[in-house]
Design a protein around this ligand. Structure first.
Ligand SMILES: NC(=O)c1ccc[n+]([C@@H]2O[C@H](COP(=O)([O-])OP(=O)(O)OC[C@H]3O[C@@H](n4cnc5c(N)ncnc54)[C@H](O)[C@@H]3O)[C@@H](O)[C@H]2O)c1
Ligand SMILES: [Zn+2]
Ligand SMILES: [Zn+2]
Length: 389
């Protein structure tokens, strides 16, 4: 089959690889009808996620038709149309039974690697490094889904691929970011990053009762999309973000701050972001957490910092004193997608949101290597790429 593979920094290819086969009775094989490129895939492409190997099949946002089912899988049938969550979860362990699906303690076959770096292992993810399982991803014609009697959700009739595809990742992720803010109605939320995840977070904040959203980025079409959702916008290259948020919140700060940027924050002129760039470029640091620092700084006393952008290692110069002395709450996760799926499928069915608004580019797998670059460089108005294998 054809699939997108990783071959080192900046080198994504469309290649022929072996077809996946059933390896466990609970597996299913899905013929992929639509998949997408995520901002997290850019961290792979940019070489900032450790333990990738040349030839790894990537992709963790996908959906399609079931073409083969393992003998112990009682939930799926050949022909079912499903969306596949990016997190792989057994459904039975301590964490899965408590709804913390992305903390599944069984699905990562390379647990030991993760325990060395992080103390404990989270769930395995599709197409996202060997430390997170080395499971081949879904930017491919076919994908093997482990524990396929837990993850995939069947698509009700009448919904198109594009309406439901983002249930695999960015919609639940953006929604979780807003959910973490504990909104009761009337709040002002600041959202850093107007990429696809930020866009879902902005709309989710309004769905959950925020009165105002202040969205921060520098890419004009992304800021325009945020305004179309009802957000006020700040260009971090034009204004001092802290001063601008102070002005808009009577000097108090935002009730909640969502970091939807993560480890590869753009270096603005600020001193700390320049240091981050130097340290990561010389392998003295692992992440560039400029946005996280700014989000802490801009959050009001006893507010919440919700972190949905991905970080990998040991973060430097986090203003913890500010957080402790002012009583901030931190919430963060790789999204426990299965926890949010039923609620969000229902919101799509009721017409409360159509996540396909974010799509700007559609193509086949062969064009994916070029589109990775277009998405990375934010060229050609690119906000979200959907691939149809
Ligand atoms: N927690 C999860 O489960 C989960 C799931 C999906 C994606 N993610 C992460 O979410 C993040 C965003 O993903 P995406 O697909 O939207 O990626 P993206 O790269 O398209 O978007 C990031 C945006 O942040 C903006 N940005 C960069 N520096 C900034 C700064 N200093 N201030 C404000 N904005 C800045 C960029 O211009 C860009 O528009 C990534 O880190 C991704 O790995 C996490
Ligand atoms: Zn993702
Ligand atoms: Zn589990």
């Amino acid at each position: 089959m054809r699939a997108i593979t990783w071959h080192g920094k900046g080198d994504m290819r469309c290649e022929t690889v072996p077809d996946p086969i059933i390896e466990d009775g609970r597996d299913a094989i899905i013929k992929v009808t639509a998949c997408a490129i995520c901002g997290s895939d850019l961290h792979l492409m940019n070489g900032v996620i450790p333990s990738m190997e040349s030839g790894d099949v990537v992709g963790h946002e996908c959906m399609g038709e079931v073409v083969e089912v393992g003998r112990d899988n009682k939930k799926l049938k050949v022909g079912d149309r499903v969306v596949v969550p990016f997190t792989i979860s057994c459904g039975e362990c301590f964490f899965c039974t408590r709804g913390f699906f992305s903390g599944c303690e069984r699905s990562n076959p390379n647990k030991g690697m993760a325990e060395k770096l992080w103390g404990h292992s989270p769930a395995a993810l599709f197409g996202y490094s060997h430390i997170l399982g080395g499971i081949p991803g879904g930017q491919a014609e076919y994908v093997r889904v482990p524990y396929a009697d837990v993850g995939p959700i069947k698509v009700p009739d009448g919904l198109t691929d594009e309406q439901v595809l983002f249930l695999s990742d960015i919609f639940p992720t953006g929604y979780m970011g807003a959910d973490f803010c504990g909104l009761k109605g009337g709040e002002t939320v600041a959202v850093w990053g107007c990429g696809p995840v930020g866009q879902m977070a902005i709309r989710s904040c309004f769905l959950l009762g925020a009165e105002r959203v202040i969205a921060i980025d520098t890419v004009p079409e992304r800021l325009a999309m945020a305004r179309a959702a009802g957000a006020e916008t700040l260009d971090f290259k034009e204004v001092d973000v802290y001063e601008a948020i102070q002005e808009r919140t009577k000097g108090r700060g935002a009730d909640a701050c969502i970091d939807a940027v993560g480890t590869e924050a753009d270096a603005t002129a600020s001193f700390d972001s320049v240091i981050d760039r130097v340290k990561t470029a010389t392998f003295l640091g692992t992440d560039r957490p400029h946005v996280l620092r700014q989000a802490i700084h801009c959050c009001r006393n006893f507010g919440t910092v919700s972190i949905i952008g991905v970080y990998g290692g040991f973060l430097d110069k986090i203003p913890f004193g500010s957080a402790v002395n002012r009583g901030l709450t931190f919430k963060m996760a790789q999204t426990p997608v299965q926890h949010y799926l039923p609620i969000l499928m229902e919101r799509i069915q009721k017409g409360e949101i159509d996540p396909s608004f974010v799509i700007t580019h559609r193509a086949g797998l062969e064009d994916a290597p070029d589109l990775y670059k277009t998405f990375r460089d934010k060229k050609d108005g690119c906000i979200k790429v959907v691939l149809k294998p």
